[in-house]
Design a protein around this ligand. Sequence first.
Ligand SMILES: Cc1cc2nc3c(=O)[nH]c(=O)nc-3n(C[C@H](O)[C@H](O)[C@H](O)COP(=O)(O)O)c2cc1C
Length: 155
Amino acid sequence: MKITILYGTETGNAEMLAEDIQSELEGGHDVDCLNLSDMAPSDFDASRLFLLVCSTYGDGELPASAQPFAEAMAAEQPDLSALHFAIFGLGDSEYDETFNHGPKKLAELMQAHGAHQIGERVAHDASGADMAEDLAFPWAEEVIALAGAALGEAA
Ligand SMILES: Cc1cc2nc3c(=O)[nH]c(=O)nc-3n(C[C@H](O)[C@H](O)[C@H](O)COP(=O)(O)O)c2cc1C
């Protein structure tokens, strides 16, 4: 499957996780990995599955590297109705009222432009016991299996 991992980060955790997911998947798939700050809405290609990995900053906001992308989406209003994405979030339950709100906002932004979410949004908690990759690798395998039918190819 053709997969693009897009990460939104402030201090690099989402970037490291995105690169680990790329390494995990690239034996069996054609996988790109890109910072959201380098992604234009016009770059979306519906033949690829987009795996979004995004943290939360400030008071439940998108991290810095995702903000230019959100602004470009608002300005360009792309039609993403042919697109499929899945999303994995990073956050910290110490911020209980805004836990994982960054990826929640990013998923809502994609859906507002018609993109179809595959599977559930999985949230990593920096104050929890799990390593991010221990949640993210099974998440990636599951959404790739689910996306096979949607993208019209075997996973
Ligand atoms: C100043 C600051 C604000 C944060 N705000 C939130 C928040 O509102 N909600 C949340 O779930 N996590 C919040 N976090 C936790 C980060 O999302 C978490 O540490 C994540 O792993 C950072 O990933 P990154 O390095 O890719 O940006 C915050 C962390 C910092 C340092």
